[in-house]
Write a protein that binds this ligand. Sequence first.
Ligand SMILES: [Zn+2]
Length: 312
Amino acid sequence: MPETMKSLLIFSLILLVGGRATAELLSKSQVYAQLPSIVKAVEIESTRRFLNPPKVTVLDRFDESLVSQLAAKRLLDFGDVDDIDKLQDQLKFAEQVIRETFTNGKIAGFYDVAAKEVFILSYAIQDRCRDFHYNEEECNQRLLTIIAHELTHNLQYQYHPNLLQKKIERRDDKSCTSRGTKGCDIVTAVLEGQAILVQSQVAKAMGYQYQIDPLTDFRNSLQYHRNRLDEVKFAEIEYVYNSIYFAGYSFVKAVYDKYGIKKTWALLNDIPTSEEFSAAEPPAMNCLSALSRKAGALASRPPLVQELKRSN
Ligand SMILES: [Zn+2]
């Protein structure tokens, strides 16, 4: 390639990168330097100590090699290892779920229960900060509070190792609470609610300029996704925001306001029933309307319409 072409190429690459980045996130080492103070703040706000704070990995790009590593760990913990044929399918499925988590652009971070490790997807956070025009400081503070959220999930499983079992026990409860949450998702809603509560308390304790108002945050995020996802995908994410995050946080916050943080831990021993979960606050939305909307969207897809016609 001639020299002039080379310099053109380099120049245009720089332009492209320069044009994309509006908020420059903290470097990985800067984030890691702040970890001890986040860990401490989570311990204080949650009133629980880490036996061992989990490894926190900040990713500034998707790393495909993590997919098979994490899938293998999940299978060792949760897979049916007696059936080799099934195991292959389970491995493929786990890999698919994990790859989707890293690449769907909707997830900022997660706690991997099998690996006991926190992953922060700073590339996804940066993209979202750009979309919402957050300034640099706010974006970095968001990233740090997401670490606090995921660390709280580690504490939940450290102090309540039977949480996965509780989720499995509730698997068949498909009834809808008045808050729009399926009975089987109440465990998840309570875990998310408590993690969001600790996250917002940490933001306050650290004196961040960015103070999380979770309910406004959820509304903004939903609005953002509404224009970008098809109806079925949006119905899925709407359920997660409204019936898990929104309902879970409202419930845990109501308990916290009345009885304090310790009582929110008692909830994990004694997961609320559908009636208790419904009672704490007025419903965020009607579960049935969300489900019927989803059913409507599914039905309007050509293959399913044909299938329905055939079965009639
Ligand atoms: Zn969470």
